[in-house]
Design a protein around this ligand. Structure first.
Ligand SMILES: [Zn+2]
Length: 106
């Protein structure tokens, strides 16, 4: 939230229209909880009327055996190509502030 209001000030925006956040399913953050935290923290800020949009990120793994990058299930980080579970997580555990839409005075 501080990041959002700092950005708005930086761009001399009148208000924040929309905030887009990307959440990986392995981040441990639930969109619902984020939304309620957002509702509380935005009161009295430039983002008071902003809409919060959450986008779920896919889980991606890199196989240490065959080198394939593939999508994986949250509970099963296995290679889609060879079935190995010796994989490295590439994405799915992030919480990213993807986009902030601002309204500027004309
Ligand atoms: Zn593999």
């Amino acid at each position: 939230m501080n990041q959002v209001t700092a950005l708005a000030k930086e761009h001399q925006a009148e208000k924040v229209v929309r905030i887009v956040v990307r959440i990986g399913p392995l981040s441990g953050i639930e969109a619902r909880l984020l939304e309620s935290a957002f509702t509380i923290s935005r009161a009295g800020t430039l983002a008071e009327d902003a809409e919060l949009v959450t986008e779920e990120q896919p889980v991606c793994v890199l196989c240490n055996v065959c080198g394939t990058e593939s999508a994986a299930c949250v509970n099963q980080l296995i290679c889609a190509s060879c079935g190995s579970c010796d994989t490295k997580l590439l994405s799915g555990d992030e919480l990213i502030l993807a986009r902030v839409e601002l309204e500027n005075p004309d």
